[in-house]
Design a protein around this ligand. Structure first.
Ligand code: SAM
Length: 454
């Protein structure tokens, strides 16, 4: 009886996640595993997926930052608004305000209108640009805009003239439009993949990147050529050992900050521990995961960013396998660690991984952050914070590399920064477990002042 009553008053809900076109199934499986529910009408290459959500389960409890294949995560009304009349704004506004009221939300920070990252989706950008300011005006007139709430009203337009209406939790959703951080290609970087590392740093470290990437740190780049990742680290003042049989290009050749070793990345070992390992070798994902696990478990590096080239099928399983390989090795070594995987905007058939062995200070910051966040479910991005042993180094010497002296300050070319983030919105990266740095290159900029609604 109770069930029947609930069913009649329940608003039908669905989680809506954005993803790279072609990865809808992977995201659908991930959302199901993390949030429960059933995948609703899965369409290949549409750039989003919906998973049903019981009203009793309709609370934000998983951060988009802890999902591998999601760029954005919204809670939406299952039934979209059909955009058949000339007036698209008022039907959306009415449905949206009713939806928010049903969820007990009377204020929102903002209202955004977005669309899928596909060719058909991009054709909706003009509509989105036209609708969004008018909706915002209506929210202002209704007195519903306020800075103190954690919700953002969201509208997701689809090419079949529908609008999904919903809400995003500011703390657990992506701040970048469409969930895509945009970077300008630096003119003197040797390869476009420099943007991949720039994005990984932005996504995984957020405003903690000044802390984690300091000018006197050392890094090893396995599979470095032609040098986009090495260049990215060099711009931040790190001193890099670039391991690759192929040649580096541009500024990196004969550079005091870069030591190029023509060696096998699977055989190379540092003669003293370094701060960072980055690895972009094209290899079996499990083999890369074992290599990263070995570096971190042996204490050869404290942070790692690495790319996993995924198989065509069972991509979820492959990511889980790699998560397990690294997790088990670090557990066995008695290390505390943070481990995350993300399909970045610059990743194609790949995902990027991040591991960090947090310092005492970082663990403290993490614990403070964790107290403010809903508990992670089983496969959360953060793991095993607590015990840590001091890793002793059983490291064989690598020929020709002296990493014992403090590195010189970076030779500033004065040409470009490490890749400019093309956005003016604040970066509120709440997946970052690191202390927020005051003068981060991506430092939070205030939102432009909005005109008061008349
Ligand atoms: N991250 C680089 C950049 O930003 O320019 C691109 C790396 S590219 C995708 C892969 C590189 O890995 C190639 O240059 C290749 O020579 C190198 N590689 C593949 N297997 C390797 C191995 N066993 N040892 C060292 N380098 C390897």
């Amino acid at each position: 009886m109770t069930i029947k009553i609930l069913a009649t008053i329940a608003v039908e809900l669905a989680w809506l996640g954005y993803c790279r076109p072609g990865f809808e199934r992977d995201l659908g499986i991930e959302l199901q595993e993390r949030l429960g529910g059933e995948i609703v009408d899965l369409q290949e290459d549409c750039g989003f997926v919906r998973v049903s959500c019981a009203t009793t389960q309709a609370s934000f409890r998983v951060s988009v930052h802890d999902l591998t294949f999601a760029r954005q995560l919204l809670l939406t009304r299952d039934a979209p608004v059909a955009l058949t009349s000339n007036d698209r704004v008022n039907p959306i506004f009415e449905a949206l305000t009713a939806f928010l009221a049903a969820r007990g939300i009377d204020h929102v920070v903002d209202c955004r209108v977005e669309y899928p990252d596909t060719n058909h989706g991009k054709a909706l950008s003009r509509s989105a640009k036209a609708i969004e300011p008018r909706l915002r005006e209506l929210f202002g007139e209704a007195g519903m805009l306020a800075g103190h709430t954690k919700y953002r009203a969201m509208v997701f337009l689809t090419p079949d003239k529908r609008a999904y209406i919903g809400v995003a939790d500011m703390h657990l959703s992506a701040q970048d439009r469409l969930g895509i951080p945009r970077f300008r290609m630096p003119a003197d970087a040797p390869s476009r993949s420099t943007l991949k590392l720039a994005e990984a740093i932005h996504v995984f470290l957020g405003s903690g990147q000044d802390e984690a990437l300091q000018p006197d740190m050392r890094a090893v780049d396995l599979g470095a050529a032609p040098g986009g990742w090495t260049w990215q680290l060099m711009q931040r003042g790190l001193r890099i050992t670039a391991v690759d049989n192929a040649s580096l290009k541009g500024d990196l050749v004969d550079n005091a900050m870069v030591k190029h070793l023509r060696a096998d990345g699977f055989k190379y070992t540092p003669n003293i521990p370094v701060d960072w390992l980055v690895c972009d070798m094209v290899e079996q994902p499990a083999r890369i995961a074992k290599l990263v696990a070995k570096w971190l478990a042996s204490g050869w590096a404290r942070y790692a960013i690495f790319n996993l080239k995924l198989p065509m099928k069972k991509r979820n399983e492959e990511v889980e396998r790699c998560r397990q390989i690294i997790g088990e090795a670090l557990d066995e070594a008695g290390k505390s660690y943070i481990l995350q995987f993300k399909q970045l905007y610059h990743d194609r058939e790949e995902v990027t991984g991040f591991v960090m062995l947090p310092s005492r200070k970082e663990r403290f910051a993490h614990n403070v952050a964790a107290r403010d966040k809903p508990a992670n479910t089983s496969r959360g991005g953060q793991k095993k914070i607590g015990r840590e042993t001091n890793g002793t180094m059983g490291v064989k010497g690598a020929k020709g590399v002296s990493e014992t002296k403090r590195p010189p300050k970076p030779a500033s070319s004065g040409k470009t920064g490490p890749g400019t983030l093309v956005q003016t919105k604040p970066v509120l990266n709440l997946n970052s477990t690191l202390p927020r740095a005051a003068a981060s290159p991506w430092s939070v900029k205030p939102l432009p002042k909005r005109k008061k609604a008349k």
